[in-house]
Design a protein around this ligand. Structure first.
Ligand code: ASP
Length: 332
């Protein structure tokens, strides 16, 4: 099976500079030595996206550059499997974004990176890249997944949980797809979602993410929402509760929704299931048309919002799609 690797940047290929780590390692030379003598030695091609970036600089346009390269290579050979090398900081956003854009393609796509550059003693780069290649060529997986620290996780259920641990990522609301070992342990594949035909390319939209905190005032929330963004993701407490007794606070949200901006309620809890009507403290928002993100991660909800805006949806139409699984991003 042919594997196409899309190298986007990230610590994996970084080297020291006077101002900190920057892309600059000979990634293709390193890959050649890693794969020498293995069955993959002659079946791997590589695209390095220009410019290589620290993933903190990624935008929806960077997601689209990956989608475009992937489509070009899948069109040339539909049997191709894909591995994407990416910085860990925003990898979970990119993997969720790719999952929505690629439901039309039933090819394996596995994204990975590393906590230490490939040239450092003790780096996790080799283990993560070989694991991603194994997963991509296993014949057991299709769709977008993230391989890191010996686990294959659904690409739209993940969150970066550590800036240093080799496990790196968690999938708080969905079990791992596979765990490495001899042999690998594979779980039952989760429902793939209803898909999206002919997705329009990602464009960049004004989506704000706001953490509610004890003591936030209506005036502060209003100021944060002025001018009105295209969509709002409010990170509330627990199952989606807000300070409903704070004078004017829920009125601000009601005005935003009435003006045609979708309001999506997520939770600050790592493991969460947002149920807006469960407490009086969330009910007012549910009645005003805010939509709960159920058990999506923030990354999955944010990338989905950008995806839906890129498809031309807004307001109530966008809110409606938040509760439907496009690519397996929420539990049924
Ligand atoms: N800042 C790096 C990046 O996300 C971190 C990493 O790759 O681990 O590009």
């Amino acid at each position: 099976m042919r594997v196409h690797i899309i190298y986007t940047g990230g610590t994996i290929g970084m080297v020291d500079s006077p101002h900190g780590l920057v892309p600059g390692a000979d990634l293709e030379g390193w890959l050649d030595s890693l794969l020498a003598g293995t069955p993959l030695a002659r079946s791997v091609t590589v695209t390095s996206l220009a410019p290589l970036i620290d993933s903190s600089n990624a935008t929806p346009l960077s997601w689209q550059a990956i989608v475009d390269d992937l489509h070009a290579h899948a069109a040339a050979d539909p049997q191709t499997a894909f591995v994407i090398l990416h910085g860990t900081d925003t990898m979970a956003y990119t993997s969720a974004a790719l999952s929505y854009a690629l439901t039309d393609l039933s090819v394996p796509v596995v994204i990975t990176g590393s906590q230490l550059p490939l040239g450092e003693l003790g780096s996790d780069a080799a283990a993560n890249v070989t694991g991603a290649l194994q997963a991509a060529t296993s014949g057991r997986h299709s769709g977008v997944a993230l391989f890191f620290g010996h686990r294959l996780l659904a690409g739209n259920r993940v969150t970066k949980s550590s800036s240093w641990a080799f496990t790196g990522f968690e999938s708080p609301n969905a079990a791992p797809l596979a765990t490495t070992g001899a042999p690998w342990q594979w779980a039952q594949a989760a429902s793939p979602g209803i898909g999206w035909k002919d997705a329009a390319p990602y464009t960049r939209h004004d989506v704000v993410v706001i953490d509610l905190v004890p003591g936030i005032t209506a005036a502060r929330l209003e100021a944060l929402l002025t001018p009105l963004p295209e969509a709002v993701i409010l990170r509330a407490f627990g199952v989606g509760n807000v300070p409903s007794q704070e004078p004017g606070l829920t009125d601000v949200v009601e005005r935003v929704i009435a003006a045609g901006t979708a309001v999506i309620m997520t939770s600050q809890c790592h493991e969460s299931q947002v149920l807006l009507g469960h407490y009086e403290a969330g009910d007012a928002l549910a009645r005003s048309g805010a939509v709960g993100s159920r058990d999506m991660t923030l990354e999955a909800a944010y990338a989905k919002t950008q995806f839906l805006l890129s498809q031309g949806l807004a307001g109530d139409d966008l809110a409606h799609w938040m509760g439907r699984s496009i690519a397996g991003e929420l539990s049924q």
